[in-house]
Design a protein around this ligand. Structure first.
Ligand SMILES: Cc1cc2nc3c(=O)[nH]c(=O)nc-3n(C[C@H](O)[C@H](O)[C@H](O)COP(=O)(O)OP(=O)(O)OC[C@H]3O[C@@H](n4cnc5c(N)ncnc54)[C@H](O)[C@@H]3O)c2cc1C
Length: 310
């Protein structure tokens, strides 16, 4: 497998900002992944796994290590059991379309959410009451420190809201198996209609490009100060709406979307420093008004120091 040097990352993430990767690899099979991990170990390099870059902000200084961007997209279908095993590099929207074409239902609840299967399992993507972990029954993972390849079940992931084991250990998701439901013709037609409806609904509510989706995660109850006579609101967008940043706050070439107060968009010429300065301003506004400091759901990559307020 080819390991490239000094590869631009600004065309490989949704914000379209950020510097270069010192080394870059696109494995298509599990042996490539192990070879890339070995290369990193021999050269004492940090590793970052890149999906579609739909939930990351890369530092303008880039990533001083090895970026591994999985490109394995194979699909293994067991119609009798209604399961699909899919490579981590497959895009979720494509997987949803393929599943519907096969009459396999369930994943259409995530229609319109960009990203690869790897990135989606990492964060356990969610939309209203649905979590991806409700469908995942097994996976193949690689330990990037030891090269160990193992089969794991749903419990191994310790899934929660925005949470999975992939976030703590040096684990690489190689493929994932989803348990779906084999639908009759009418059910499949209904599911397809639902998928279109979700995409239409989302396109009115969220920006479609140069964003990472929700920038901040919602609050935990203990992060919100007690307000006598008031119930705690955990939705970060509720507070951001109240300080009037939506469609109004801009720093350099980054601004808060006019569609959603928790979604930031970049414009031509934007840098990641613009996004960071905008985010810090938003944190300061919520700190001053409500005494709360929201933290990112978006992953920050390649920053030498944590660039936001804690
Ligand atoms: C317009 C828009 C709307 C969105 N709406 C939603 C939404 O409704 N709900 C929701 O939950 N999210 C939403 N998101 C966030 C985003 O779609 C998801 O987080 C998505 O799963 C990111 O996938 P990715 O491949 O782009 O991952 P990346 O952004 O490339 O990476 C994200 C993290 O996953 C890790 N990762 C990637 N692949 C692997 C792998 N194979 N093994 C281990 N770790 C890996 C990366 O190292 C990184 O830490 C939205 C984003 C956008 C841009």
């Amino acid at each position: 497998m080819d390991i490239q040097k000094n590869v631009k990352l600004c065309d490989k993430n949704w914000f379209k900002t950020g510097g270069v990767a010192r080394f870059y690899a696109e494995p298509i099979n599990v042996h490539d992944v192990v070879a890339a991990a070995l290369f990193a170990r021999e050269n004492k390099l940090a590793i970052f796994i890149l999906g579609e870059g739909a939930n990351i902000l890369i530092s303008d200084e880039g990533f001083d290590g090895l970026v591994i961007a999985p490109k394995n997209k194979q699909l293994i279908v067991d119609i009798a059991r209604a399961t699909i095993t899919v490579g981590a590099g497959m895009s979720m929207p494509q997987l949803i379309r393929d599943a519907l074409d096969l009459g396999l239902l369930g994943l259409e609840e995530f229609s319109g959410i960009p990203g690869t299967v790897g990135g989606s399992v990492f964060i356990n993507i969610h939309y209203f009451e649905f979590l991806l972990s409700q469908f995942l029954i097994g996976a193949t993972v690689v330990n990037l420190e030891t090269g160990e390849i193992k089969k794991v079940d749903n419990a191994w992931f310790n899934f929660g809201y925005n949470q999975s084991t992939l976030q703590q250990a040096p684990w690489f998701l190689f493929d994932a198996t989803f348990q779906l439901k084999l639908g009759a013709e009418l059910e499949t037609a209904y599911a397809r209609g639902r998928s279109h409806e979700i995409i239409r609904h989302r396109s009115r509510r969220y920006p479609k490009e140069r964003t990472c989706g929700s920038f901040f995660r919602n609050f935990l109850a203990e992060e919100i100060p007690f307000m006598p006579g008031k119930e705690k609101v955990l939705f970060v967008a509720y507070y951001l709406d109240k300080v009037g940043v939506k469609g109004a706050l801009r720093v350099g070439n980054a601004m808060v979307s006019h569609l959603h107060a928790n979604m930031l968009v970049t414009m031509e010429g934007a840098t990641s420093a613009d996004v960071i300065a905008l985010v810090r301003t938003m944190q300061e506004k919520l700190g001053a008004e409500f005494g709360i400091t929201p933290q990112p759901e978006c992953q920050l990559i390649g920053f030498k120091e944590y660039p936001l307020h804690r």
